[in-house]
Design a protein around this ligand. Structure first.
Ligand code: HEC
Length: 127
C-alpha cells in the first residue's frame, strides 16, 4: 500500500504536468481543475479498481458505467459500498445483496483509506 502511494505522490505530479501543458494549448478556457480531476480519478481507478472493473465491459466485477443510476443516484450509499461493500450488503441493502449474489458472492475488497474527495472523484468518473 505504501509503495502505491509513493508512485501516486511522485508519478502523479509529473503526469499532471505533462498533460496540463497540452490542455492549456488546446482548450483555452477549459477549467483546468476538471481536467486534472479527471486525470486523478483515472489514476485512482487504474491503481485500485481496474483489476476487476472496466467502465464498459464486465470483468471480475461488473461494468461500472451507469452505476450511479443503478444506485438510484444515491451517491452516499454508493460511496459507502465502494469503501466497504460487505458492510452495505450485510446491512440488508436489497440491490447490493442481489448484485453480490449475481456475481457469485465474489467479495469486492474494502477501501477504508479512500478519502471522501477521492470517492467523489471516482463516482463522478464512473457516473
Ligand atoms: C477484487 C476485485 C474488485 C476490485 C479491486 C474492485 N471491485 Fe468493485 N466490485 C467487484 C465485484 C465482484 C462486484 C459485484 C458486487 C459484489 O460482489 O460485491 C463489484 C461491484 C462494484 C460496484 C457496483 C456496480 C453496480 O453495477 O452497481 C461499484 C460501483 C464498484 N464495484 C466500484 C469499485 C471501485 C470504485 C473500485 C476501486 C476503488 C472497485 N470497485 C474495486 C470487484 C472488485
Amino acid at each position: 500500500m505504501k509503495r502505491k502511494y509513493c508512485i501516486l505522490m511522485f508519478g502523479l505530479p509529473l503526469f499532471l504536468l505533462a498533460c496540463g501543458n497540452n490542455n492549456n494549448t488546446i482548450k483555452t478556457e477549459a477549467p483546468n481543475q476538471s481536467s486534472s480531476a479527471n486525470v486523478t480519478a483515472s489514476a485512482i481507478f487504474t491503481a485500485k479498481c481496474a483489476l476487476c472493473h472496466d467502465l464498459q465491459r464486465d470483468k471480475i466485477g461488473p461494468a461500472l458505467a451507469g452505476a450511479t443510476s443503478r444506485w438510484g443516484n444515491d451517491n452516499v450509499k454508493l460511496k459507502s459500498f465502494i469503501r466497504n461493500s460487505q458492510q452495505v450488503i450485510g446491512g440488508g441493502d436489497a440491490y447490493a445483496s442481489t448484485l453480490y449474489q449475481k456475481w457469485h458472492s465474489s467479495v469486492m475488497p474494502s477501501f477504508p483509506d479512500l478519502t471522501d474527495e477521492e470517492l467523489n472523484l471516482l463516482v463522478d468518473y464512473i457516473k
